[in-house]
Design a protein around this ligand. Structure first.
Ligand code: ACO
Length: 336
């Protein structure tokens, strides 16, 4: 069977209205706006207080289907990358399937933390490339506020809530779509970024709650050291492998965890900061949602254009990391 290429044919996102600013965080923990901005690049983040992760997903997906003119019944597969599922079971993908009425789809969740969307895109693309499916919804969504300890200044300044989604379909032209990818994981990083309770290792008890083991834990310094090297290495790798220089790339679409990590990656790739998608100042780290949120915002603004080569790059808990090279095929939205 001839290999088909998978292309992103629609994008959508949802960001909750409620904003949590650095000034508000100053009143909650011992921190300040200057520290947060200079160490991370974050000015504010959005908080979803209207329900679980699936509710944000539904809004992002409905938006996407409307733009593409595709009905939910036409979807073959739903992959939800998240570390904040509605429940331990069933999978949030099944909850989403029911809520949007994707009667003919099957689906599952994928946990790769901040690399979740990239991993999910990689998996989804295989179903298109092999000819098994024609319409795959790939979603990155996290309600990080549900696992964040708002008395811990090390983590609470970092995270926000959002959902982003893309539709994968077979590419009409061979040179468009997902061209290449590099994916990695290293389980030795588990000690530095984790959520200890709630799983089979530490089933929830009063003790796990008292010890705040149901919140995300991060040794920021250790994670930073690995993130900055891995994201730059994996982005460099995909560029070299495809014989590309910085000037060949229209956009770097990095996971939004820290402005300094993003800058280091762009520098290594020889990409000017004007060609880096960046919205960390507005949303903070929305984990699996950061990359589809960037793609959707830039596309809606008409800045992400058909024919452009873009590189996606992410690093997250696991450790997990990866990069992807795409020749963008979706035409800009029509101006109203
Ligand atoms: N306000 C003020 N001071 C703070 C705050 C805060 N919010 N948080 C920490 N500090 C203090 C620390 O206590 C420390 O004080 P000390 O020197 O007296 O001990 C000092 O600031 C420096 O702390 P560091 O942790 O060394 O700060 P750093 O410059 O490393 O920045 C950060 C911390 C932003 C977390 C950074 O390490 C980082 O971005 N790490 C990587 C994050 C990442 O990529 N994660 C992966 C994706 S997330 C996922 O997968 C779920």
């Amino acid at each position: 069977m001839e290999l088909r290429r998978a292309a992103i044919t629609a994008v959508g996102h949802y960001v909750p209205e409620k904003i949590l600013t650095n000034a508000e965080l100053e009143k909650m923990v011992d921190t300040n706006d200057e520290w947060i901005r200079t160490r991370t690049g974050i000015r504010e983040r959005h908080i979803f207080d209207q329900g679980p992760t699936s509710e944000m997903v539904v809004k992002a997906v409905q938006n996407l289907l409307l733009h593409r003119g595709v009905s939910a019944e036409e979807i073959d597969l739903i992959i939800v990358a998240t570390i904040t599922p509605d429940m331990m079971l069933p999978a949030t993908a099944c909850v989403v399937q029911e809520k949007i009425g994707a009667k003919n789809a099957w689906g599952f969740d994928l946990n790769a933390a901040c690399s979740g969307f990239l991993y999910a895109l990689s998996v989804g693309a295989r179903f298109i490339e092999s000819g098994v499916h024609s319409k795959v919804l790939v979603i990155g969504a996290d309600k990080m506020s549900s696992i964040t300890d708002y008395t811990d200044r090390n983590t609470c300044v970092l995270f926000g809530d959002a959902a982003g989604a893309v539709l994968l379909e077979p590419s009409v032209e061979k040179e468009y779509g997902i061209l290449d990818q590099c994916m990695y994981s290293d389980g030795s990083g588990g000690a530095y970024l984790n959520l200890k309770a709630g799983g089979s290792l530490n089933p929830p008890t009063h003790e796990t709650i008292d010890k705040k083991m149901h919140y995300v834990f991060q040794d920021g310094k250790a994670v930073f050291k690995s993130a900055v090297v891995c994201m730059a290495d994996v982005s460099d790798e995909i560029m070299n492998r495809n014989k590309l220089k910085g000037c060949d790339i229209a956009w770097l679409v990095p996971h939004q965890a820290n402005l300094r990590i993003i800058d280091a990656t762009a520098q290594r790739m020889g990409i000017d900061s004007s060609k880096v998608m960046m919205n960390i100042d507005k949303y903070g780290n929305t984990t699996a949602a950061t990359i589809p949120l960037c793609l959707s915002e830039w596309w809606q603004a008409g800045k992400l254009q058909r024919g452009q080569k873009i590189v996606l790059a992410a690093f997250g808990a696991g450790y997990t990391w990866g990069s992807m090279l795409i020749q963008w095929s979706l035409a800009s939205p029509e101006k109203p």
